[in-house]
Design a protein around this ligand. Structure first.
Ligand SMILES: [Ca+2]
Ligand SMILES: [Ca+2]
Ligand SMILES: [Ca+2]
Length: 274
């Protein structure tokens, strides 16, 4: 929602409406942020340190306070979205897969286990409801051929998933995860930070771009393949672009803050003009 349409929406919303909105926000579960653990991958490998290491200009991304809570997305006007595999710091990296899933739980694979840092994918959201995926392995790592895949009846509202070699799948939508635990953190570009991704020229992290960072061990604390989660969320990290978050409680929380601020402003203005 643009600032203008937000303003329109707010000015056309009665006080009762705002109160209802506030109630929705405070009762929402969205504002929860992930607490990071100590990465079992060793020093310098935390998500924060890894993002700092590729930041070549502007402010660092704040992995704690920068979490958006976005869980679902849709396409933008191009109808295509590029994804770039940033890094995988996990024992399961050779077999972990990454893709998008729709509301039926149907999956479209974007990066297979063999894909590695620097590889890219393009997803086309087609008018007949299908999606076409083209994934290319790039130097200096994976040099395999471009792989094309098509998925019928997929639609264009989706989340991102990580699927392990054993079939265990984690989703950006917490409600789809065991115990509704959060298995991914999502950051939106700030139009200020310059990042240099593996094998790429540096560029500004724009607000059309998102970083999706997964934890590949169950977050409910169980013993999982001999591991207890380290909550480092650096296990598979991808940047995607030309996607737009679908409104949900998490985005309403942000809207609520703005609504509250504008509501306050409105009242101040009213008392001045009265
Ligand atoms: Ca890790
Ligand atoms: Ca891999
Ligand atoms: Ca981990």
């Amino acid at each position: 929602m643009s600032a203008l349409s937000l303003n329109k929406f707010l000015t056309s919303t009665a006080g009762v409406g705002l109160m209802t909105l506030a109630t929705v926000i405070t009762s929402g579960e969205a504002a929860r942020a992930v607490s990071f653990g100590t990465s079992s991958d060793g020093p310098g490998k935390s998500l924060q340190e890894q993002l700092n290491a590729i930041t070549v200009g502007g402010p660092h991304i704040d992995t704690v306070n920068g979490q958006t809570g976005y869980q679902l997305f849709t396409n933008t006007a191009t109808g295509s979205s590029i994804g770039s595999l940033m890094f995988e710091i996990a024992g399961f990296a050779p077999t972990n897969k990454f893709g998008i899933y729709n509301q039926n739980g149907d999956k479209a694979l974007l990066f297979d286990g063999v894909n590695d840092s620097g590889d890219r994918t393009v997803v086309d959201f087609l008018g007949d409801g299908s999606v076409s995926v083209s994934t290319k392995g790039l130097l200096p790592h994976y040099k395999g051929p471009t792989v094309d895949r098509n998925y019928a009846n997929f639609g264009n509202v989706f989340g991102y998933y990580l699927e392990r070699g054993d079939g265990t799948t984690f989703y950006t939508e917490n409600s789809r995860n065991q115990g509704s635990y959060q298995q991914a953190v999502v950051y939106q570009g700030n139009n200020q930070t310059t990042l240099k991704l593996a094998g790429r020229q540096p560029g500004i992290f724009t607000d059309n771009e998102f970083i999706i960072a997964f934890e590949d061990i169950f977050q409910d604390g169980r013993l999982d393949h001999g591991f207890i989660t380290d909550s480092d969320f650096n296990d598979l990290v991808v940047m995607v672009e030309s996607v737009k978050p679908v409104p949900e409680p998490a985005t309403l929380a942000g809207l609520g803050l703005v609504a509250g601020a504008l509501g306050l402003k409105g009242r101040r203005k009213a008392s001045k003009t009265c």
